[in-house]
Design a binder for this molecule. Sequence first.
Ligand SMILES: Nc1nc2c(ncn2[C@@H]2O[C@H](COP(=O)(O)OP(=O)(O)OP(=O)(O)O)[C@@H](O)[C@H]2O)c(=O)[nH]1
Ligand SMILES: [Mg+2]
Length: 258
Amino acid sequence: MCRVVDLRQAVLAKNDASAHELRAHLAARGTAVVNLLSSPGSGKTALLERELLRARERSVPVAALTADLATENDAARLARSGVPVKQVLTDGLCHLEAGMLAGHLDGWLPDDTRLLFVENVGNLVCPASYDLGETLRVTLASVTEGEDKPLKYPTAFGLAHLVVVTKTDIAEAVEFDEAAFRANVEQVNPGVEVVLTSARRGQGIGALLDRALAAADGAPVHAPVMTRLPHDHGHTHGPDGHTHPHTEATGTMAHTHS
Ligand SMILES: Nc1nc2c(ncn2[C@@H]2O[C@H](COP(=O)(O)OP(=O)(O)OP(=O)(O)O)[C@@H](O)[C@H]2O)c(=O)[nH]1
Ligand SMILES: [Mg+2]
């Protein structure tokens, strides 16, 4: 067990070093990364399709990189916007890593890119611990997923700089309880902004682009209380046999294993 934890720590530490390097490299060339993270089918690509078109209308140089286990469907959809798009096939891997991203940008990303949108693999667990050198980390949840998702996936929502609700056009049909969702977000990530969007109706498209551009221009982004500490997982097994402080993603929560 400890070896597994050590290995995971080593992987995350290596990723953090690559992310640090990539962030500095991108900052020097004036590019900000927006990392989009959500469960499969939440509407990342649909929202991105609208964002890319809006960015073009506003003459903002943008590009998009989308990760998928097996298909190039999303890149084909995003490419219709006319902006530079790249598909990364992870061949079964459930998340992107900073070193991997850096390798894909090399020789592809146009020099003048102001915003690079990265659509992570659809997954609320694996990608959450991997810093991609992003300036803005956006975690999305659609109205159909249930209001409790921030509580069930605290790392994904707890480390977000911005939370986006998607598919609000069908909120009423699925009886989405916005107040309950907001309260759950607040519990894992106090103070983080929640933006309501609908790719169908165009709601929130400008708001998300504005937040991304502000972050790219150096405006302070929300600072989550939760901090991932990959070098200090803190597995101090207690007298109950398996209680330890949960310092993988937060310094404040405790959990137990059965
Ligand atoms: N009603 C409604 N449906 C939407 C909206 N956005 C996306 N959808 C639908 O939701 C489904 C999934 O959308 P995608 O954009 O492919 O979701 P995704 O998060 O990119 O999915 P993965 O890449 O597989 O993780 C599609 O059938 C979309 O048409 C929206 O704003 N409103
Ligand atoms: Mg997609």
